[in-house]
Write a protein that binds this ligand. Structure first.
Ligand code: ADP
Length: 502
């Protein structure tokens, strides 16, 4: 790990946006929080204040839900043809694509991630997601159903299903991929004709607010997308509990996911989809191509500083190659340029916040105190900003918190195994089931293991492959439902069965 120098400044246009007094987008208008309160957003690379943002709470959520309800029931949105809706979403994708540099800079300053990574991955994936979803607007078809109705043998019917938007959707997103998570949520909601109240993460509100400006410029009718910045316990909780929200879609921790389910159940039994935590196993079999598996294992845990719900945080390696793989991944860690995301050489930026830095260091300390050893890293980096060293732990025990719990940082536990037949059971021994990977030259064996892994996303000889067409989501306590792919559209539509007696 190499500590890099100070980073170049962002462009003037980017700073002109960031320096604004940021407001809430409700009913097509930018407005302050009803309380008049604001909160500060920090640049995690230098701990300085980056922006002031309106602090929305219950009252603002209520206004936003009312606006979304009006936009859903009347006005131009429900009158638009699917093709017109698709064209608007496609236009938004084009506008986003024209502003990749600006969004990458906002993302880097707000979240800490390398600007080059945001420009190469986060923003293009968001553009592609919107385009993918734009294409679906005209393809949401029902079925015709040959029915029999045994108690009316002489009657004749024509039955069919309609796919209708679920209604007003509350969407609560996290801070690890701020723009991309907004796209994953907004894309299927807009494609199906829903209206949205989006509650962005308090740590990283800026790219979604900039997207809000593009949504207005693109010409989405007022109230179709409302964006409320504010805290989880106030604004987020009010959205999850709101009686006039038809569905809540949440991405974040399993702990908060359980609160969302409770709030949905106790209010109006709104539909719930959840994309939650993970503790994903990454298995290197004895016949793996280590020239791919070693960088793959490093990417699995160090991409986005390990702040990925699908991070490969449990690395299982056959004992015949354990030392070689661990040393290879450690060498990759040593080569990472740790510094401000705006530095073009940056390989890993800071954790998003001090709380997150402390959480990650707390896990490392707990592991080390319990007898684990750090082959590389193991502590916060010695510089300003919320930096943590990329870390590999060995000599862990199955009951340690570093094995059981999601750390959400650049910390991987490497565990040797003897018997390739047993390793799937150990990999599946987790409350989570978001992602998993296996590295092998035997493709038949790779397929067999892929089938046995209890995870929503399995990668064979690769890791962190995402695409708008690939459904993403979790088994077990990693969530309910799927994001992306056409699977996501099912979760934003109701199926109506219509029967006409002939
Ligand atoms: P993290 O702990 O990593 O910040 P969270 O699950 O707490 O992840 O946060 C993800 C999102 O959930 C954020 O937008 C946050 O504001 C929101 N959130 C946090 N607590 C609640 C809550 N009690 N109800 C609804 N939303 C919440």
């Amino acid at each position: 790990m190499i500590l890099t120098a100070e980073a170049p400044a962002a462009r003037k246009e980017t700073m002109a946006f960031i320096d604004q007094q940021h407001q809430l987008l409700i009913d097509g208008q930018w407005q302050p929080a009803a309380s008049g309160k604001t909160f500060e957003v920090k640049n995690p690379a230098n701990e300085q204040t980056l922006a002031q943002v309106a602090e929305g709470d219950r009252a603002d959520i209520d206004l936003a839900v009312k606006a979304a309800r009006r936009a859903f029931e009347s006005g131009p949105w429900p009158q638009m043809t699917p093709s017109q809706r698709g064209q608007l979403i496609w236009k938004l994708a084009d506008m986003l694509e024209q502003n990749v540099e600006e969004f990458a800079e906002i993302e880097s300053l707000d979240n800490g991630k390398p600007k080059v990574v945001a420009a190469a991955a986060d923003i293009p994936l968001a553009v592609d997601l919107f385009r993918y979803m734009a294409g679906w607007t005209t393809k949401l078809e029902g079925n015709t159903l040959p029915i029999s109705v045994p108690y009316l043998p002489d009657a004749e019917f024509h039955s069919f299903t309609l796919r209708e938007p679920v209604g007003v959707v509350g969407q609560i997103i996290p801070w690890n991929f701020p723009l991309l998570m907004a796209a994953w949520k907004l894309g299927p909601a807009l494609a199906t004709g829903c209206t949205v109240v989006l509650k962005v993460a308090e740590e990283t509100p800026l790219s979604a607010l900039r997207l809000g400006h593009l949504i207005q410029e693109a010409g989405f009718p007022p109230g179709v997308v409302n964006i409320v910045t504010g805290f989880g316990e106030t604004a987020g909780a009010a959205l999850a509990a709101h009686p006039d929200v038809d569905k809540v879609a949440f991405t974040g921790s399993t702990e908060v996911g359980k609160l969302i389910v409770k709030a949905a159940g106790e209010s109006n039994l709104k539909k719930v989809t959840l994309e939650l935590g993970g503790k994903s196993p990454n298995i290197v079999l004895p016949d793996a191509d280590l020239s791919a598996a070693i960088p793959g294992a490093a990417n699995a845990i160090f991409f986005n500083h390990g702040q990925c719900c699908c991070a490969g945080s449990r690395l299982f390696v056959h004992q015949s190659q354990f030392d070689e793989v661990v040393e290879g991944v450690a060498e990759q860690a040593r080569q990472i340029n740790l510094g401000p995301g705006m530095d073009p050489q940056c390989g890993m930026g800071p954790m998003v916040s001090q709380i997150q830095q402390e959480r990650v260091c707390g896990y490392m300390d707990a592991g080390l105190n319990a007898g684990a050893q750090a082959v590389v890293g193991g502590k916060r980096a010695d510089r300003d900003g919320y930096f943590v060293e990329p870390t590999i732990l060995v000599n862990t025990q199955p009951e340690m918190s570093v094995i059981q719990e999601e750390i959400f940082g650049p910390v991987v536990a490497a565990v040797p195994f003897d018997d390739p037949e047993q390793i799937v059971a150990e990999a599946n021994d987790s409350i989570y089931g978001l992602a998993a990977a296996v590295w092998t030259r035997d493709i038949s064996r790779g397929h067999k293991i892929a089938k046995r892994l209890r995870a929503g996303n399995v990668w064979v000889n690769c890791y962190n492959i995402f695409d708008a067409a690939l459904p993403f989501g979790g088994y077990k306590q990693s969530g309910w439902g799927r994001e992306m792919g056409h699977a996501a559209l099912d979760l934003y539509t109701e199926t109506k069965a219509v029967t006409v007696q002939l």
